[in-house]
Design a protein around this ligand. Structure first.
Ligand code: ATP
Length: 456
């Protein structure tokens, strides 16, 4: 996190927009908040759902070698012994004897508190897993953990999925779900939180094909961010050197994004070899092998793991979409979100509150909301309403004016260019559909026309 992002957005601007417009709020704010926990507001929940839906579509729905899973957050405690988390999922931390602030030993350079310069304690290990208890007695026997990653839910279900779906290698299992880590250093908004969501794939392959399939997944996952509008120059790959690699990993790449805080990991892709399935075989005593019809042998598959953070992706999509420009001496803030991610796809804006406009406007609104998240807004001037929709990232606005009552046509205004076209109401749904799916704005529907409005 060394380089400052060159774009127009800094973290303060993003945090403030997210709060003001209802994307993201600090958790339990009325009680002063809870460290590194955030709540997604009315627009945030839509954006987050869209990110997850786009991921699921790309990695499950549109592929024939992937299936989904939704495992529980609480798992048998032996899971975390086998995975190595009980023994090793720890950070080394130090405390400041003066101001009592706690630091990751990695983040402290000269043995002094970075905040007040005070003396520090000796480093000690701190396990990042949250503990809780099942049952009525709070004792060692009932101790369970909130999962620190979703991956283990996939490994322990490997045989269940194999037996119920009769998959052949290579195939993968995808899962989206919450994970919890009692992080020591937090801050930077939703970049590092204590409760977050992951989108993880465990892709099982024959040993020997792992290196090629690892490279394949690195490419697939990089392209996914680009396909949803992230600028290529803001993404890069970081290959882990030998001493950065986790002990079980043969190879690992991070996909990094140029966040407002600098280049940082958004997703990690690791070749985990057969480590996890072997560990669970040995701790559970259950056979987690795969019978290979070709070689007539039982093998333990290797695993390629693309592991992405939902919240970090949301932050990257927001940061990349944020733009400011001057229009008629006024600052226009616009979130250029990909239409598939935008929380509201279409805003319905009657030109004024005049009652004559109400029936047609409402008719259009109730029709379109059957297909998309649509917002109806008739407060304030049309210019201010456009600005508001720009700032929340709505790709298209539909304006109903007095001419609409005569010619049965309405105006569609595009967020990015602010250009407008006029289309017959009967062509509205199909036109919006086409534009939201990438048809150039200039392409006119039957009976449509370019309309030079006050925005041009
Ligand atoms: P970091 O080094 O940033 O702590 P990590 O390498 O520990 O991340 P992984 O265990 O590989 O992360 O988890 C996979 C993904 O989960 C990360 O790329 C990130 O997007 C997300 N993630 C991990 N920890 C957090 C967190 N505390 N808050 C938000 N997202 C997280």
């Amino acid at each position: 996190m060394t380089e400052q992002a060159p774009g127009k957005v800094n973290m303060d601007k993003l945090v403030s927009l997210c709060k003001r417009r209802g994307y993201i709020f600090p958790s339990s704010e009325i009680y002063g908040g809870l460290g590194a926990c955030y709540d997604y507001g009315p627009l945030g929940v839509e954006l987050k759902n869209n990110v997850k839906a786009c991921w699921w579509k790309a990695v499950v729905q549109e592929r024939d070698d992937m299936v989904g899973l939704d495992a529980s957050i609480l798992m048998h405690p032996q899971t975390w012994v086998a995975s190595g988390h009980v023994g090793g999922f720890a950070d080394s931390l130090v405390d400041c004897k003066e101001c009592r602030k706690r630091w990751r030993a990695d983040d402290v350079k000269d043995g002094k508190c970075p905040d007040c310069g005070g003396e520090l304690t000796e480093p000690r290990m701190f396990n990042l897993m949250f503990k809780t208890f099942v049952g009525a007695v709070e004792d060692e026997a009932g101790t369970v953990y909130l999962r620190p990653e979703t991956a283990q839910g996939i490994f322990v279900n490997f045989q269940n999925v194999l037996n119920s779906t009769r998959r052949k290698l290579p195939f993968g299992i995808a899962q989206i779900g919450k994970a919890f880590r009692n992080e020591i250093t937090t801050g930077n908004f939703i970049f590092r939180t204590r409760e977050f969501e992951q989108m993880e794939i465990e892709y099982f392959v024959k040993p020997g094909s792992d290196e090629e399939l690892f490279q394949y997944w690195v490419g697939e996952r990089f392209d996914w961010y680009v396909s949803l509008g992230i600028k290529k120059e803001n993404l890069r790959l970081h290959q882990h050197s030998k001493d950065e690699l986790a002990h079980y990993a043969k190879e690992c790449y991070d996909i990094e994004y140029l966040f407002p805080i600098g280049w940082s990991e958004i997703e990690g892709i690791a070749n985990r070899t057969d480590f996890d399935l072997r560990q669970h075989t040995s701790y559970s005593g259950k056979d987690l092998s795969y019978y290979d019809e070709e070689s007539k042998e039982h093998i333990i598959p290797y695993v390629i793991e693309p592991s992405a953070g939902v919240d970090r992706s949301v932050l990257a999509f927001l940061a990349d979409a944020y733009d400011e420009e001057h229009v008629n001496d006024e600052l226009r803030v616009v979130l250029r979100l990909h239409p598939a991610l935008a929380p509201i796809k279409v805003a319905i804006l009657p030109l004024s509150r005049n009652e004559k406009l109400l029936p047609l406007s409402q008719e259009i609104y109730t029709d379109l909301r059957r297909y998309w998240m649509v917002q109806y807004d008739n407060a304030q001037s049309i210019g201010r309403r456009y600005r508001r929709q720009d700032e929340i990232g709505t790709p298209l606005c539909v304006t109903i004016d007095f001419d609409s009552l005569e010619d049965n046509a309405v105006t569609i205004r595009e967020r990015d260019s602010m250009r407008q076209i006029r289309v017959p109401v009967k062509e509205l749904k199909s036109t919006l559909d086409a534009k939201l799916n990438g048809e150039p704005f200039e392409v006119l529907p039957p009976g449509g026309k370019k309309w030079l409005g006050f925005e041009d």
